[in-house]
Design a binder for this molecule. Structure first.
Ligand code: CA
Length: 424
């Protein structure tokens, strides 16, 4: 189905800086506020934010079945209750209003300064009230690298990995917005492998380069979502840094998997790029061998070409790009993840967050974590200021960026950035 707002020929009357992540073909959703405005729904265009509540109040969003509380709201969840079709119609209408030939906002008596606001004058807030957070483990390269380091290089992938989109249930309460600093976590570590554990600040603090998708309401408990239906239940995607304390993880993860090594913080980008906007960037996924079970089979393209990069910025110096990867490397796609998640009858809800798992490519410069980039501390990464990193140090800022390009149209996610403060 053709999505009007994705037309690559569209131009906006809003000035879009060159190489912006936010041309008229993107129109991602977020929650913003300012000195003058309470938290509300906004859409990003170039270096501006469109205030959807003000648009609604001025009669520009009629005939979309919206109510004021959908937009004058500190989370997107209520608006997302309109589902895939409702959100698509809203994005199409916003695209119309911002198109170069449309004069509706220009005709508004008193001007539109209160509707289209410079992004520099607003603050962003968590866009979604996240109910449940699930994290997958869907990069074959990442799973292989970790298996080689922690278990057995000859049998790096566990036997189930090529059959199951492996995942676990994470912690929603500590998912935080880009720009929120976090303190180095503390916990049980074993600096001496032969000795007893000690309680101390994490010494091997790591990021995980991920994306995450956010769902609409799914089906009732007991029913399943097929790979064919899955994208209908996905609202959009964000960049996601799934912070990981590797030394805490090494000691605690047997037999139930990571716990405190992962639940202290996970950072997400502020603008939710709709899955609709990403449709032009669909690509084939890696070939799956052995053939997957019937409920995991899918037709057509289900992966997306999203270029990703990670930088480390030490205090007071410039940043160094330490990793370039791509979402399309993922072995298991989002439709398979969602089909697997619900195949036993587990219900998903409006505002659930599903992490992709660390997105590593085949080459050492495309690995999506410090654990892999510096190969468990044996190959330190050089930064432009002359320092080296095996893991993330206090006062380092980790920045992740991502975008898709095709036919001269670039849509992106902005960034997710967080600084590590010393342990409390
Ligand atoms: Ca993860």
């Amino acid at each position: 189905m053709e999505i009007k707002a994705n037309n690559p020929n569209l131009k906006s009357w809003v000035k879009i800086p060159e190489n912006s992540d936010f041309p008229i073909q993107n129109l991602p959703f977020g929650i913003f506020y300012s000195d003058k405005k309470s938290k509300r729904v906004g859409v990003r265009i170039g270096d501006h934010v469109l205030d959807l509540f003000e648009l609604y109040q001025n009669g520009f969003l009629n005939n979309l079945n919206l109510s004021a509380s959908d937009l004058n709201n500190s989370f997107l969840n209520k608006l997302m209750g309109h589902g895939k079709t409702g959100m698509r119609n809203l994005r199409d209408r916003i695209s119309d209003l911002l198109s170069i030939d449309n004069i509706e906002l220009h005709s508004l008596e008193g001007g539109f300064d209160n509707i289209l606001i410079p992004v520099s004058s607003v603050q962003m807030s968590m866009p979604v009230n996240i109910g449940d957070y699930t994290d997958f483990y869907s990069s074959k390269e990442h799973a292989t690298n970790v298996g080689m380091m922690f278990r057995d290089p000859a049998n790096a992938l566990l036997p189930n990995w090529l059959w199951i989109p492996v995942g676990y249930h994470g912690r929603a309460s500590s998912v935080i917005l880009s720009g929120v600093d976090i303190h180095r976590p503390k916990g049980q570590i074993k600096p001496d492998p032969q000795g007893d554990p000690v309680f101390a600040p994490c010494r091997n603090l790591d990021f995980e380069l991920e994306t995450a998708f956010i769902t609409f309401d799914g089906k009732p408990l007991g029913q399943s979502i097929s790979t064919e239906e899955a994208e209908h239940f996905i609202f959009g995607m964000v960049l996601f840094n799934d912070w990981s304390a590797r030394d805490i993880q090494t000691w605690e993860y047997v037999p139930l998997g990571p716990f405190l090594a992962k639940n202290f913080a996970s950072s997400m980008s502020a603008w939710i790029v709709t899955l609709d906007a990403l449709q032009p960037y669909k690509v084939d996924s890696p070939k799956q061998d052995p053939e997957v079970l019937a409920y995991l089979k899918f037709e057509g393209k289900k992966s997306y070409n999203i270029e990703l990069e990670v930088s480390i910025k030490p205090e007071n110096t410039e940043e160094t790009v330490i990793c370039r990867s791509n979402f399309k490397y993922m072995y298991w796609n989002m439709s398979q993840q969602l089909a697997h998640h619900t195949v036993n009858g587990c219900n998903i809800r409006n505002g659930d967050l599903m992490g992709s798992g660390t997105i590593s490519g085949a080459t050492p410069d495309s690995f999506g974590s410090m654990l892999e980039l510096a190969w468990k501390g044996t190959k330190p990464i050089a930064l432009v200021d002359g320092s080296e990193r095996k893991f993330i140090q206090d006062n380092d800022t980790v920045i992740m960026r991502g975008h898709s390009v095709k036919g001269g149209v670039r849509i992106g996610f902005g960034e997710v950035r967080s600084k590590i403060l010393p342990a409390l």
